[in-house]
Ligand binder design. Structure first.
Ligand SMILES: Nc1ncnc2c1ncn2[C@@H]1O[C@H](COP(=O)(O)OP(=O)(O)O)[C@@H](O)[C@H]1O
Ligand SMILES: [Mg+2]
Length: 380
């Protein structure tokens, strides 16, 4: 590892990443390998706010990129989240949402919610300084391991539900729960901890719904279509139980390797959430019947038929695996469950972008969905 200046390429073999370049005192040295992997990323080597040298890339989602940085002078590793520049050009409301996300995380103090250390602006660039979570997203875990063993998954899910319980009790609905927004952290003795990320679409209940897109007179469906609860699609109404639905979809996918509702395009995916019965899991997967039943209840089309709250769902998940016999090891890549016919999948990337699906208003949702294929806009 030769920390290198991204401006002049000068390498200082004994320096720590984040140390300043002797020739460019405002630039931080970054590992040579990082520079090779991300040769044109202007954030690398930048020192945000004069005290956060950006030294690596941690990940990216639909709207933001997250970097590894060092907090000076204490030398703590942190994560810095910034809006991706091309997204800023496409979506004027993003800075407002970004500020709101920071305020939401700041209110939530829970071990299973990523912690906000700081928020700042540097030459017009807004940034969040978050606790650095040393792990993989559940999306990455699934991409590598295919499926998760039920008990391991239930432990993680209960962590998510604890975080949701806290958020919901404060009137905050996440609205974008999915594997890419959950970090899995390995702990000593084989334990794992989960951290909920990305409150970028979180909704404070009782605030105006249409705050994401106030001037356009378009209906806005915030979230990721593959995990979106039916009531968000039909009524544009998210409640805490919409998060339980999204977690149900996440659990279904984590146990079977496949999302329950898929389709060649967003419209079919949304229609499937509203209309299609939940697929039955293949018995060969060895998922305990009681666990499948809990997931089916969490994914009920009618929110009133789901669990009343996160606590109730956590208790049901624990009970479902407590009695189950230890399942035989499942294949790394589980066989597909019964699905919609997928002709030309368009959203198959392992990292699913959050999409703001904008649909012009109409009276009946089915006609909206049919007409919307002309108008759907995916913000990437
Ligand atoms: N605090 C963090 N520590 C480590 N990695 C993170 C952290 N926050 C985000 N990431 C990584 O960056 C990715 C994108 O972050 P996210 O907040 O979900 O952005 P977006 O709002 O664009 O979806 C995550 O899926 C994760 O891999
Ligand atoms: Mg995300």
């Amino acid at each position: 590892m030769h920390p290198t200046c991204p401006t002049c390429g000068h390498a200082v073999p004994d320096a720590e990443p984040g140390a300043r370049c002797p020739h460019h005192p405002r630039r931080a040295l970054i590992p040579e390998a990082t520079l090779r992997e991300h040769p044109n990323d202007p954030m690398l080597g930048r020192v945000l706010g004069g005290r956060y040298p950006v030294v690596g890339v941690l990940g990216q989602g639909g709207t933001a990129r997250v970097y590894r940085a060092i907090q000076e002078p204490i030398g703590r590793e942190v994560a810095i989240k910034v809006i991706r520049p091309h997204m800023l050009r496409q979506e004027a409301t993003l800075p407002g949402r970004f500020r709101r996300e920071a305020r939401t995380i700041a209110r939530l103090r829970h071990p299973a919610v990523v912690e906000l250390h700081d928020f700042g602006e540097d030459r017009g660039l807004l940034y969040m300084v978050l606790e650095h979570v040393p792990g993989r997203s559940l999306g990455e875990v699934l991409a590598e391991e295919g499926t998760l063993e039920p008990r391991r998954l239930v432990d993680l899910a209960c962590g998510v539900l604890e975080a949701l319980d806290e958020a919901h009790s404060m009137g905050i609905v996440h609205r974008d729960l999915k594997p890419d927004n959950l970090m899995v952290v390995a702990e000593p003795w084989g334990r794992e901890q989960v951290k909920v990320l990305d409150f970028g679409l979180a909704k404070i209940l009782d605030a105006d719904w249409d705050d994401d897109c106030p001037a356009t007179r378009k209906l806005v469906l915030p979230g990721t279509p593959r995990y979106m609860a039916p009531e968000i699609i039909t009524e544009r109404h998210a409640t805490p139980r919409s998060d339980l639905y999204a977690l149900g979809v996440t659990l279904f996918r984590s146990l079977t390797g496949e999302a329950p509702f898929d389709g060649p395009n967003i419209i079919q995916m949304l229609a499937a959430h509203v209309h299609l019965p939940i697929p039955v899991m293949d018995p060969a997967l060895g998922v305990p019947a009681a666990l499948e039943a809990v997931i089916r209840k969490a994914m009920a089309k009618d929110p009133t038929e789901r669990y009343a709250d996160a606590r109730e769902m956590a208790a049901a998940l624990r009970a479902a695996v407590a009695e189950a016999p230890k399942p035989a090891r499942t294949a790394r890549r589980a066989p597909p469950v019964r699905m919609l016919v997928v002709e030309e999948p368009t959203l198959q990337s392992p990292h699913e972008a959050t999409q703001i699906v904008s649909i012009r208003p109409h009276h009946r949702w089915t006609r909206i969905l049919a007409a919307a294929s002309l108008f759907v806009r995916m913000v990437r």
